[in-house]
Ligand binder design. Structure first.
Ligand code: ZN
Length: 272
């Protein structure tokens, strides 16, 4: 079936009306919103325009995705707003369209057990059991552990965020399976991205193989996909650390996310 141009215009019009309706009638309570922003250091330094835009994106995400607490976790509005706000930070300058293609965020009380079938070195299928703090399925849900989200909030210096980690896997998956390269923008070069991230990845694995202390979470050395997810965590939570140790990676992420958190944090400290 061919969609006529005027039908597209109407579809866009209806979509825009729906967005306006949600923002007007289901906007997050202002006091609650301010509380969530205050409690999470990662939002400090955002301009008032960015904060207002983040509130709109968060409101829409809460409407577009189903937030489900499982294994007895009672998900309060405040908890859902905290998770959704953090999830929207990476797409603040990209838009909600970057989270298209999946519908649900599932939250466990603590780390959860998963069983997977894997092929071992003898070519046999074996059942593997692992404990996870988060998971992102290709075209499926994002799964998170509330205890981990809380721990990240209490210790932002560590540069960890399970929410940003899993959501950056979702961005990575936009052009197929997760491989450490999300869809780059027109003003970006694949070569620059690959060079910056693969050099940093190799330098990290070299440090680890020589038993040297790694500058970032060693989990990043697991695969290029995990590397992208871990450096995305640092980019938003501890940007100065990433910029200091891996400046070209920071530069590429700043181009992809259209944000400069290191500058934002430095300006905030200068104004304190
Ligand atoms: Zn991961």
């Amino acid at each position: 079936m061919q969609v006529q141009r005027h039908e597209l215009v109407y579809m866009n019009w209806f979509k825009r009306q729906r967005v306006r309706y949600i923002l007007r009638h289901h906007s997050i309570d202002f006091e609650l919103w301010e509380k969530v922003l205050q409690e999470n250091a990662v939002f400090k330094g955002l301009s008032s325009v960015d904060k207002a835009h983040l509130r709109e994106l968060t409101t829409l995400l809460l409407h577009h995705k189903k937030f489900t607490g499982v294994q007895g976790l009672v998900l309060t509005v405040e908890m859902a707003v905290s998770v959704a706000a953090l999830a929207c930070l990476p797409i603040l300058k990209l838009g909600l369209v970057y989270y298209d293609g999946w519908t649900e965020i599932i939250i466990y009380p603590g780390i959860f057990r998963v069983k997977r079938e894997q092929i071992n070195s003898d070519g046999l299928i074996v059942q593997q059991e692992r404990m996870l703090s988060g998971e992102a399925w290709l075209r499926g849900p994002v799964i998170l552990a509330w205890e981990e989200i809380k721990a990240d909030l209490l210790n932002p210096q560590a540069g960890h965020s399970v929410v940003i980690h899993e959501l950056s896997h979702k961005l990575d998956m936009l052009n197929g399976s997760a491989n450490g390269m999300p869809p780059l923008h027109m003003n970006m070069e694949r070569q620059d991205w690959t060079r910056a991230l693969s050099h940093a990845f190799e330098s990290l694995t070299r440090d680890l193989s020589h038993h040297r202390r790694s500058h970032i979470n060693a989990y990043a050395s697991t695969s290029p996909a995990e590397f992208f997810a871990v450096v995305s965590e640092y980019f938003f939570i501890a940007p100065d650390k990433l910029q200091h140790h891996y400046p070209t990676v920071y530069e590429q992420l700043a181009l992809f996310y259209h944000q400069n958190p290191a500058k934002r944090f430095a300006e905030m400290l200068a104004n304190e």
